[in-house]
Design a protein around this ligand. Sequence first.
Ligand SMILES: [Zn+2]
Length: 122
Amino acid sequence: MRLRTGDIVEVISGDDKGVRGKILRVDRKTGKLVIEGVNQVKKHMHRTRKTPQGGVLTREMPLGVSKVMIVCPKCNKPTRIGARTLPDGAKERFCRKCSASLGLIGAPRVKSAPKPSTTSEG
Ligand SMILES: [Zn+2]
């Protein structure tokens, strides 16, 4: 999954088709995303000690990652994400439509520590 928390995505299928929102949470195990304002359910709460006011709460439910596409900040369209390696070895996500950068993938590559072994090759 190339999507990350904070990405703006557009829902491409289901009840919320066409709705855009920010990714609040990514669950890599189940491949699901929680997106701000998308897939909201109303939960009727009884008055309890935890929720003294009771009433109706809305909360976002996780959505399958295949139901959304990232919105490119440059061309402002839902797009597929490409990945490319930069000259310095870092990996970057990019928009397949306009090839604008969508940010680096993960942390910059950590330089591998030189091995302490002094064995000479040959
Ligand atoms: Zn683009």
